[in-house]
Design a protein around this ligand. Structure first.
Ligand SMILES: Cc1cc2nc3c(=O)[nH]c(=O)nc-3n(C[C@H](O)[C@H](O)[C@H](O)COP(=O)(O)OP(=O)(O)OC[C@H]3O[C@@H](n4cnc5c(N)ncnc54)[C@H](O)[C@@H]3O)c2cc1C
Ligand code: SF4
Ligand code: SF4
Length: 477
């Protein structure tokens, strides 16, 4: 174990130098060495009450894998990680690590690098494992959407023996995770994760869209016994200002997908990204990498401290040559045949209210114009419900995805469920809940008890259970 003083300092996560990394899409964060991982893991207090686990939407036993890494047991750590986290190779690069916010070491110094240690478990442990389905069931289940919610539900259902078909509108799986730039996740991680699904009775049907090629109701009529709608939020939101559809205005999600897919993207020499969330930060960093000589800026209506983007992402962006403009709200995009500039309303913070919160308000008559020829709009996404029957009674989640309004994400239509999530791991948690509800529904219809979750590796060992000291989840959907 480490001495008391060194406990409070994180073993630094190796990072590519900004001068090198802004010219291409090489990965920004590098792995720990084996020894570095063990030292970092040895900082963990192995708390009797594992707040880190309670804060993880999929209840990943991170305390458990950290303890194993601290002892150099990397194979065991990899197995423990993959036992409850079938997308771990992706999540160890991109999870917003809610666990670290809850880690007791955060209050005493720097939280344990829980996500990066997951990466070490998979880098140095045997992660070439495969999931084993239970005895086959006869009820086929259809999933619409191959994002994290759909994939997690497929994992849960296939483990219980259900044959599953995933219908996906695009020609690739992963959903929005497929738009995450390669400098954060170089693109093969999801394929590595899905390799472990190889023994499942799981079929992907790509290039088929619900609402266009089929409907959830049709799938039921064709013999699927339950349908999970996991279509996420794939349609760009616009602020509703003049000029927002001029040539030169690009929706961020489409821009990021295109770049990842290697499709040609035309950017100008003066680029402004509008928005303050993680997607805006990804768009601005991607534009920086694609346009070495250009000016690249990000404009957001609130302050840096109130930006919904993660602190880690903003900190990494700062040395990459991006101009940040805080307290600017979009008013108008100017130009005749193409974007020529963008006008913003200047904002200010009001005095703190009783709760100490400071609202933003316009400064009357004060505007700022940014000279630009490209605007990337990153103010949010919403569900594309084209062709989806309103009779499902879908409600819209906090970040635009549709979900069933009944317990277990049931919709108004019997046998149809719907859910999504605001991050990869939240979407996975929703996928689990929906899959459990689907299993309960199908089991009840067949007059059998709901299926307990089997051991994912088919050893017959007792299924995953909450680790000792765990009391209740502390995360919100
Ligand atoms: C640029 C970007 C970066 C992000 N970075 C991170 C990150 O670092 N960490 C993190 O945790 N989260 C990140 N997120 C958020 C995360 O990707 C999403 O929260 C998560 O993917 C949502 O999962 P989902 O399964 O609910 O929906 P989605 O991922 O949106 O998946 C829905 C799937 O359904 C398909 N679909 C849609 N309509 C239809 C239809 N009618 N018929 C058939 N298929 C359909 C879509 O093509 C898509 O594949 C990022 C998102 C973006 C856009
Ligand atoms: S999946 Fe994310 S929140 Fe859960 S333990 Fe891993 S890094 Fe933390
Ligand atoms: S809360 Fe932090 S210190 Fe405690 S067990 Fe979890 S990772 Fe370790």
């Amino acid at each position: 174990m480490t001495d008391a003083a060194s406990r409070y300092l994180r073993i630094e996560v190796p990072e590519e130098h900004p001068e090198n990394r802004v010219n291409d899409f090489r990965e920004v964060l590098h792995s720990y060495t084996r020894d570095e991982a063990m030292l970092e893991a040895q900082r963990c207090l192995q708390c009797a009450l594992p707040f880190c686990v309670e804060a993880c939407p999929i209840t990943q036993d991170c305390r458990g894998y950290i303890g194993l890494i601290a002892n150099g047991q990397f194979d065991e750590a990899a197995r423990l990680t993959l036992r409850e986290n079938p997308l771990a190779t992706s999540l160890c690069k991109v999870c917003y690590h809610y666990c670290e916010d809850a880690c007791v070491m955060k209050g005493r110094g720097v939280p344990i690098a829980i996500r990066h240690l997951k990466r070490a478990a998979l880098d140095f442990g045997d992660a070439n494992l495969e999931y084993v389905p239970s005895a086959p069931r006869h009820e086929r289940v259809a999933i619409i959407g191959a994002g994290p919610a759909g994939l997690m539900a497929a994992w849960e259902l296939c483990l219980r023996g259900y044959p599953v078909t995933i219908f996906e509108r695009q020609r690739a799986v992963g959903g929005q995770a497929g738009a995450i730039p390669h400098y954060r996740m170089p693109n093969h991680e999801l394929l590595i994760d899905l390799q472990r699904f190889r023994r499942f009775d799981l079929t992907f049907v790509e290039g088929k869209a619900a609402g266009v090629d089929f409907s959830p109701e049709q799938l039921l009529a064709e013999g699927y016994r339950a349908v999970f709608v996991a279509i996420g939020a794939s349609k760009a939101s616009y602020p509703g200002i003049p000029g927002e559809h001029l040539p030169g205005v690009l929706p961020a999600l489409e821009f990021l997908y295109d770049v990842n897919q290697g499709r040609a993207v035309v950017l100008g020499k003066k680029i402004v990204v509008v928005g303050g969330g993680d997607v805006a930060v990804d768009a601005v960093r991607t534009a920086r990498r694609l346009s070495p000589g250009a000016t690249v800026a990000m404009a957001y209506r609130r302050t840096r401290g109130e930006s919904p983007a993660g602190e880690e992402e903003i900190r990494e962006t700062e040395p990459e040559g991006v101009d940040f403009h805080w307290l600017l709200s979009p008013l108008q995009i100017v130009g005749t045949e193409h974007v020529e500039g963008m006008v913003f309303q200047q904002m200010e913070l009001s005095a703190p209210d009783a709760s100490g919160r400071r609202a933003v308000r316009s400064i009357e008559g004060a505007t700022t114009t940014l000279d630009c020829d490209t605007v990337i709009m990153a103010i949010g996404e919403k569900a594309d419900l084209t062709g989806i029957s309103p009779e499902l009674g879908l409600k819209i989640g906090t970040k635009g995805w549709p979900e069933g309004s009944q317990p277990g994400y049931r919709t108004e239509r019997e046998g149809v469920f719907a859910a999504g999530g605001r991050s990869v791991v939240h979407a996975m948690a929703a996928g689990t809940k929906a899959a459990e509800a689907i299993d309960a529904y199908l089991s009840q219809k067949s007059g059998r008890p709901a299926t307990p979750k089997p051991d994912p590796f088919g050893t017959g060992a007792s299924p995953p259970h909450h680790p000792e000291g765990y009391s209740a989840p502390v995360w919100k959907p």
